[in-house]
Design a protein around this ligand. Structure first.
Ligand code: CO
Length: 220
């Protein structure tokens, strides 16, 4: 694992390499950012937003926190969403959770870890509300994956009910919210088919996504 001095040296090499391939790259980016997507993902070191979908700097506006949550009283995340939707006018908000998430595991086990327990409390409540579905999945690994998926679906719902997004949709803004889950074990992103937009029946889409996630976990 590189130490900070090595990271600075790596940075020099990277910047030089980028300029060799595209001499105008940094000058262009310095003028403005115009990303089409806001990414809300987990802080986990194994889930670097731009890298796993292979896009260069300038393409995705990123917010990350423990277990990729959108909580209505979190001024940080809410400010990111407001800036992305109202100022950058992004077209897509991508909620990307992941399997093998420590935050999901901590919430699922409902053990004491300190201050972070407060942050994870919404997930503890979410899993409690889906207890029959979760208890029906006998395989521990698959149940934990389902918990990651339910977490993403809930965050998609939470984004859709922010004042920022509701106002954008009432103005007719072209904005869609997507729920994805990334598997750190194979590098693949799965679409949970919970895409919400200005014209979708959001409650129906969310309920169907929850049901399908539960059914898929039972079958596997
Ligand atoms: Co995580």
């Amino acid at each position: 694992m590189p130490d900070p001095a090595e990271m600075l040296a790596n940075n020099r090499l990277w910047a030089r390499d980028v300029v060799e391939r595209d001499p105008d790259f940094f000058h262009r980016l310095a003028e403005q950012q115009a990303p089409d997507c806001l990414w809300i993902g987990c802080s986990d070191s194994r889930v670097p937003a731009t890298q796993i979908v292979d896009v260069p700097p300038g393409e995705i506006f990123v917010h990350r926190n423990v277990a990729n949550q959108v909580i209505h009283s979190d001024l940080n995340c809410q400010s990111v969403i407001q800036f992305a939707v109202d100022v950058l006018v992004v077209k897509h908000i991508l909620i990307c959770g992941h399997y093998h998430c420590s935050g999901i595991a901590a919430a699922a086990e409902n053990e004491r870890h300190g201050l972070v327990d407060h942050w994870l409390r919404n997930l503890v409540d979410l899993f409690e509300s889906h207890r029959p579905m979760l208890d029906a999945v006998k395989d521990d690994k698959r149940r934990r994956q389902l918990q990651s998926e339910l977490g993403v679906i809930q965050q998609v719902s939470n984004v859709s009910t922010t004042t920022t997004v509701r106002d954008a949709w009432s103005r007719g803004q072209d904005l869609h919210i997507h729920g994805w889950v990334y598997d750190v074990a194979d590098g693949l992103v799965k679409d949970l088919k919970v895409t919400l937009g200005p014209d979708s029946d959001n409650a129906a889409v969310i309920n169907q996504a929850i049901r399908k996630a539960g059914e898929a976990a039972l079958k596997e």
